[in-house]
Design a protein around this ligand. Structure first.
Ligand code: SF4
Length: 318
């Protein structure tokens, strides 16, 4: 049985101008210790999936239907207190900007020990020992000294290490990392991704890595889900999907990677923009951007067709 099973999840935001369908029939599993990537442009629905799992959808967002099974519980049906016990305890989240997560007026030691004591009964001294152990696990130099420092005294990369150490405090079974490296310098990005990979392997933690950058999931995740306009449009083992994508949108994301460009030639871009979730086009939501579109594409929504470990939602897969 998978550790996490998201089944037919529909998330909506009823707004005065109409209902936004942020997630449409999204299903995926995560096994214990498995690492998956959720990839797509801004507005594809990837962050909505993460927030729905943690019951953190901002109002008026709500789960319209579907189930989120985690270790025998349906997270979509839990009340606030029961969900609080799971969030930050058995499922942790890492956000893009460490300065949003860290409290600027508390030392690193104070915020880590308080986070721990909010979930578990223990003395301050014991909490401090665990905080120190996690700071060492994320390879922060002079870990003991960092406990007495404030976030602004650390570099961006070191702050993100503190955020990761904080996410590990309660030995979670899953970490959801939402664009964890986007705010960092390129050189630091690679270090943080390598660190996440090593920690997940060492502690057998499942990872859901959310990113707009396909290059980020390569080498870190075992499987990827590609999202477009609130739906999963392709999924499969990471290396296979990136090596031979079946959906034209995935192909477009790969072609747009800087590593895919020949020296001296401009980067390729997918023409047009992601449709507004207020007005998702009929049929395949990608049809007005797709170079392979035919008449059927605008009329009929393609189903996510399984083929072995792969699946793609396209009438004319590559
Ligand atoms: Fe392109 Fe048609 Fe496939 Fe959509 S269904 S991705 S429009 S070929």
């Amino acid at each position: 049985m998978p550790l996490l099973s998201v089944q037919n999840l529909e998330v909506v935001f009823p707004l005065p101008g109409g209902t936004v369908r942020a997630l449409r029939n999204v299903s995926f599993d995560l096994d214990r210790g498995e690492r998956i990537g959720i990839v797509g442009e801004s507005g594809a629905g990837k962050s909505a999936a993460a927030f729905a799992i943690l019951n953190l959808l901002g109002k008026p967002g709500k789960i319209q239907s579907g189930r989120i099974l985690f270790d025998g519980h349906d997270l979509a049906a839990l009340d606030y207190e029961a969900m609080r016990q799971i969030r930050g305890n058995r499922i942790s989240m890492i956000f893009q900007d460490p300065m949003v997560t860290l409290n600027p007026v508390l030392t690193i030691g104070a915020q880590m020990t308080e986070t721990l004591r909010a979930h578990r009964r223990m003395t301050r001294a014991r909490a401090r020992d665990i905080a120190l152990e996690k700071l060492r696990a994320v390879q922060i130099p002079s870990a003991e000294k960092r406990l007495a420092q404030y976030p602004h005294e650390l570099s961006g990369g070191m702050r993100q290490r503190v955020v990761i150490a904080t996410a590990l405090l309660s030995d979670p079974q899953i970490i959801i990392a939402d664009e964890p490296t986007t705010a960092l310098d390129v050189t630091i990005q690679a270090e943080i991704l390598e660190l996440l990979l090593r920690l997940c392997e060492d502690f057998a933690v499942g990872l859901i890595l959310i990113t707009h950058d396909l290059g980020v999931v390569f080498g870190v995740t075992q499987r990827i889900l590609v999202m477009y306009a609130g739906r999963i449009i392709e999924r499969g083992p990471t290396a296979e999907v990136i090596g031979a994508p079946r959906h034209p949108y995935t192909r477009g994301l790969i072609d747009a990677l800087p590593s895919a460009a020949r020296p001296g030639t401009p980067l390729k871009q997918i023409p047009g923009v992601m449709p507004s979730l207020h007005e998702i086009p009929s049929g395949c939501a990608f049809h007005d951007r797709c170079e392979f579109a035919q008449a059927r594409c605008a009329a009929e929504t393609p189903r996510l067709e399984e083929q072995g470990a792969r699946a793609a939602a396209c009438h004319f897969p590559l």
